[in-house]
Ligand binder design. Sequence first.
Ligand code: SF4
Length: 309
Amino acid sequence: MKKLGPFLDQLALRYSDAHYLSSDPLEFVHRYQNPWDQEAVALLAAVLAYGNVKQIRASVASALSLIQQAEPMGPAVWVRGLAQSPGARRRAEALFSDYVHRFNVGADLVVLFSLLSRSWQRHGSMGSHFLKGLAPEDATIERALNGLIRDWKNEASELGALDSFHYLLTAPEDGSCCKRWCMFLRWMGRKDGVDPGLWSAEANSELIRTFPAGRRLRADQLVMPLDTHTGRISQYLGLTERKSLGWKAAIEITEKLRQWEPRDPVRYDFALARLGILDLCQKRYRVEICSQCELRPGCRFGGAKERRA
Ligand code: SF4
């Protein structure tokens, strides 16, 4: 990591910039000022983050437009209403009746927002619900994420969730890398020009008044969100030898990054993901691309090919 770390820092310097948010669903969160709106929109944008980014952003925009149609005061007011009146859920189901995002349908989002609404009602915020399961001595978010997902899975059954809904809830205890949830938690636990850090130590909104005393999500507890791009590039960089990119691989990669950046191991995620999303790292050696890449000296794939050439 001593060799690779400076190259990762250079990459983060280049791509961890708000300018690149236009290629990410996180950009929708930045459109809102109210922290409750931000928490709701972040959850929506994160759970829909599978498939290609164009399709993800179109699906997030379409869901937000439906909510805006039903409640001009914003997503938080609409979400809060779901747990308050039985009729609100029926109206939401009608509103989302034609909605589809790949494996999920509108009814799945209505269940998701109903769960969020219940968390707000019972715990004050989703952040508070999550942080009640996260002890300061926990090295990672694993235990708290398992707890939240277990709670929501139990309640989803009471709400009559369809089978497709369960695609939205993944837990470390099932072996999944939980990419969408680790990404959501990165947004909540880090604060910089890209990540809003709504549950972080730097957060300063009324949301934090709902948190258990002294509890915040620390950046060093986050786990690397692994998707097809960050997983593949992590393998090129030797951050994992595992072929299967499940939870164990996510932990292994995070541990390696922690050797270089103990307080903030996932700060490289946004930059690494840009290489894949923007097609700047392809699945083959391209001299015109690899010769410009900050990671070349540490990359088994691009770097090794170049050395042989
Ligand atoms: S050197 Fe090439 S293959 Fe390696 S990370 Fe960079 S762009 Fe990807």
